[in-house]
Design a protein around this ligand. Sequence first.
Ligand code: ADP
Length: 355
Amino acid sequence: MVREPVIKGGDEPEEDFSGGGGWDSSFLADDAEYDDALRPQRLSEVVGQRQVVERLQVILDATRKRNEPLGHLLLDGPPGLGKTTLASVLPKELGTELQITSGPSLSAPKDLLPYLTNASHGSFLFIDEIHRLPATVEEFIYPAMEDFRVDITLGEGINARTVNMKLQKFTLIGATTRSGMLTAPLRDRFVRREHLDFYEDHELVEIVRRNSKKLRTEISDVAAFEIARRSRGTPRKANNLLRWARDFATSKADGKITNDVVTRAFEMLEIDLLGLERQDRRYLETLVKTFSGGPAGVQALGHSLNIPADTLEDEVEPFLLRCGFIQRSPRGRIVTLAALEHLKLTLPDAGRLFR
Ligand code: ADP
């Protein structure tokens, strides 16, 4: 039987960086319900990431044949590339349960304990943003991952004693946008580690086509491509842009997503042909105008933009690096000539940056 996730975590308060000249993390807010509605339900519906999917098929097959729990799995990659999707598809493939929580919502071992004791044989526990687990929780999870037991301290001072509690054999799936921030002992306890990479345009076209079908919206081939190429290699972005184009088509046209509809819809969003948004332009303009093109440290950039450095590193820089619009150097970020050309910015003595 395929059971839906039984516990949803993430009760951490959302930080708001949108006000007072602050950060507008996306023109289109992520919508968990919309995300869930479009999320692939089976591995066969997962588009792209072919090698990762093939390796997961092998582990699934072996797990089924041996009737043993799957080994702990770490998924890493930028946001919106399918980590939660894969984590929710695997239990469905095996007909087992999934519990979901996240690093920031587990502030002490007692927060994690119910998830561990609830886990049935062969079930899955998904911890999103696992790099943000506090050290005490991380240490508590080691014996759970390795020996399927937890060590609980009862009492205090000289009366304190530790009791071991046996757990059912479960599978931990950890997701992280920052595998570099994971401690070696935690990383080493994962049996398999898979890295998700940005998607090719043709894969995003397929996602857009499938999802417009799910949304019962007609879309032309050219419009699907125009959405895909502005999606920054990211399925979640493609879904959000599709949603915007669909709203625009309903409001300003006859409901069909045509090339003309997407052109006008993206003009209104200020998204350019490469998918650069206002926040990307602000980042690059700040790097050029405030820091003379760089090198600038991410903390200093974050300060000038009034955006947490973490958000820049997770949500802005991976795409700019991929476009070749910034370079990382030991002394900080440097703008590239390609970025200056794309944004039609001038920088006196730009050559100095690359000497
Ligand atoms: P992450 O957990 O890495 O931030 P998600 O798994 O939540 O990303 O993906 C965001 C959305 O993108 C999902 O709801 C799903 O609709 C879509 N998506 C992600 N990966 C794929 C994929 N490989 N094939 C089809 N859709 C995908």
